[in-house]
Write a protein that binds this ligand. Structure first.
Ligand code: GTP
Ligand code: MG
Ligand code: ZN
Length: 331
């Protein structure tokens, strides 16, 4: 036997790699796909078949992925083949339209979900929200070219002493982010959130315990075929208990939602001063006005950003988180 002749299987693999290496547009590559990743568990993936009748009766197959593929995430469009034991194998992935990344505990960027229309940053009256955490999310989202929206959940728990929380929401409204104030418990405000999400694929992100999974369940309604697991806050500490452990895509009557595991900290991967500016729309528009093109915005003469902040044109909370993020990138 001629050893240099490729087996059919090898030939097919090479063809697949060629398809990917050619850098096809997402549409063309996606046309070759027959599945979408709806969840992943370590080395295994749950792939939903997107071929005929799948919307009527979705076929979900537990798959492995070929070793030559990059790390796949929920929302990825893939090509898969049935295996011998009822499981399947993912053989190719479509070019991603976009991907939401966040750093792991070692500071390395890890993909969370792909092919998104919106990243919904969820905060709640409990656990207490921080402008700085919201801003770090927004900087990451803006720099990935994704669209951000904000939800304040648990408004049923809002007390008179928490007026600053509604002030925070007004701050982001003033910056033109879509902002919603809701209660997944009482359904207050949910109708306008549902309308906004219509027809879109959205990933929900935010601290553990803010109610991301509860929002998914509320939006899924009574007839939802499956629900996301919800966990109580820790007793005495009002902190989330990391109930959701993997990003999972839910098909809801009018939209697709990806529930993601909550986090305690969101530290950004290293960014240049320009990238940090990019994450603040009210500062981004001043960028060209600094005296020096390579202005660090940290005390350089003729800095348009500092001038605007000193003139009171930039909200003090935002200016403080901008400087914190710049400082964290200097070390
Ligand atoms: N009072 C009130 N409690 C809520 C609301 N939404 C969620 N909760 C409660 O908040 C707790 C946490 O909810 P989850 O939905 O598990 O929060 P999560 O953001 O998915 O948390 P992780 O999966 O750990 O990231 C649960 O006890 C929920 O019942 C709300 O609108 N009002
Ligand atoms: Mg959850
Ligand atoms: Zn400057």
């Amino acid at each position: 036997m001629n050893k240099r002749r490729l087996s059919k299987q090898q030939q097919r693999r090479i063809n697949e790699q060629r398809t990917l290496a050619a850098g096809e547009s997402a549409e063309v590559a996606a046309a070759h796909c027959n599945g979408r990743i709806i969840s992943h568990f370590g080395q295994q993936l749950d792939v939903e078949s997107t071929t005929a009748d799948a919307s009527e009766n979705p076929l979900i197959v537990r798959c492995h992925q070929r070793a030559n593929l990059p790390a796949l995430v929920t929302g990825d469009l893939v090509r898969w083949e049935p295996g011998e034991d009822g499981s399947g194998v993912v053989t190719a992935v479509a070019e991603r339209r976009n991907v939401f990344l966040r750093p792991d505990s070692m500071g390395r960027d890890k993909p969370v979900a792909a092919n998104l229309d919106v990243v919904l940053v969820v905060i709640a009256c409990v656990p207490e929200p921080f402008v700085n955490l919201i801003d770090r999310y927004l900087v990451a989202i803006e720099n990935l070219g994704l669209r951000a929206a904000l939800v304040l959940n648990k408004t049923d728990l809002l007390t008179d002493s928490q007026a600053d929380i509604t002030g925070i929401m007004d701050l982001y409204r003033g910056l033109d982010y879509p902002v919603f104030e809701v209660s997944a418990k009482t359904s207050d405000g949910m109708a306008s959130l549902q309308k906004f999400l219509g027809g879109l694929t959205t990933v929900l992100v935010g601290q553990s315990g803010v109610g991301k999974s509860s929002l998914v369940n509320n939006l899924g309604g009574q007839e939802a075929s499956e629900s996301a697991e919800v966990g109580e806050l820790s007793v005495g500490k009002d902190k989330g208990t990391h109930t959701t452990t993997t990003a999972r895509l839910f098909h809801l009557p009018n939209c697709d939602l990806i529930d993601s595991p909550g986090i305690r900290e969101f530290s950004l991967a290293p960014l240049s001063p320009e990238q940090v500016c990019n994450g603040f729309p009210e500062l981004r528009r001043l960028l060209g006005d600094c005296k020096f093109r390579n202005c660090s915005h940290r005390g350089d003469p003729g800095c348009a950003l500092i001038a605007a902040a000193e003139a009171g044109d930039i909200d003090a909370r935002r200016w403080s988180s901008f400087n914190q993020i710049l400082a964290s990138n200097e070390s």
